[in-house]
Design a protein around this ligand. Structure first.
Ligand SMILES: Nc1ncnc2c1ncn2[C@@H]1O[C@H](COP(=O)(O)OP(=O)(O)OP(=O)(O)O)[C@@H](O)[C@H]1O
Ligand SMILES: [Mg+2]
Length: 241
């Protein structure tokens, strides 16, 4: 049985069909790339999984059907495309601590410090997050979530605003989570850069799944759907680090 099974997920907003009968499965520890043009429904799909948007269809995690919003909220952690929605603490340190406290985790001070160090934010941990740059905010929101060791991590454009060293930090962090068998769903326009990190790929178009399969077999489908993959690259060439 797959770890995550999404079946016929559909969603309407203001009477407009935004997602239509999306189904896919993921095994524990697998990483899925969701690709698609602007407005294809990627962010809404992540929000529906998390229970932030009301949808039809079933989500089954680890053998349990998640019918209640509360269960979805608890099971999925999400890094939003818009980091402003994410940051709640009055300092960086408190922001990371907040999520850990909510989940009643142990060793929260040590975990918070470790997460801030990993993303190079420790030196500015007492600053007000409002004063951070776009990239710093993104790193903070990712650090806060990764510290909570989620079962499934949803990331919406995690590379947006990140410079090259920060992107490398993020890739290393994703690799580390993969080693820990965390299941990850990444929405990204940088398919060429992260494809090799992922096991499976799902392509959305106008709210419909038009392709899903092993990432190593996805290059031609991605190209066909106007998602940038360098012309002569093979899957093995797409390594970023
Ligand atoms: N509250 C809303 N009411 C009606 N339509 C909405 C609402 N929110 C989003 N949409 C529509 O849903 C569709 C999917 O939006 P979504 O944010 O999921 O796109 P996306 O694939 O994440 O795009 P991008 O790559 O630009 O981030 C878009 O056409 C958008 O206009
Ligand atoms: Mg989006």
């Amino acid at each position: 049985m797959p770890f995550l099974k999404v079946e016929n997920l559909s969603l309407k907003l203001e009477n407009k069909s935004i997602l239509r009968e999306i189904s896919f499965t993921l095994d524990k520890g697998e990483t899925l790339l969701i690709a698609g043009r602007n407005g294809s429904g990627k962010s809404i799909l992540l929000k529906a999984l998390k229970g932030l948007e009301k949808s039809k269809g079933d989500i089954c995690l680890d053998g349990e059907i998640l019918t209640k919003t509360k269960d979805r909220m608890r099971s999925f952690s999400i890094v939003f495309q818009d980091t402003e929605l994410q940051i709640v603490g009055t300092t960086l340190y408190r922001d990371v601590l907040f999520g850990l406290e909510n989940l009643e985790m142990d060793n929260i001070e040590a975990r918070a410090n470790e997460a801030l160090k990993e993303f190079g934010l420790y030196k500015i941990k007492d600053r007000n997050p409002d004063e951070l740059s776009g990239g710093e905010k993104r790193k903070l929101s990712i650090a806060s979530l990764m510290a909570t060791e989620p079962k499934i991590l949803l990331m919406d454009e995690p590379f947006a605003n990140l410079d090259w060293p920060s992107s490398k930090t993020l890739i290393k962090a994703i690799e580390r989570l993969k080693e820990k068998k965390v299941t990850i769903i990444i929405v990204s326009h940088e398919a060429d850069r992260i494809l090799s990190l992922t096991d499976r790929t799902l392509i959305l178009k106008n709210g419909e799944k038009i392709w899903e399969g092993a990432s190593k077999d996805s290059l031609d489908e991605l190209r066909k759907n106007d998602i940038y993959i360098p012309e002569n690259s093979r899957f093995e060439d797409l390594k970023w680090l």
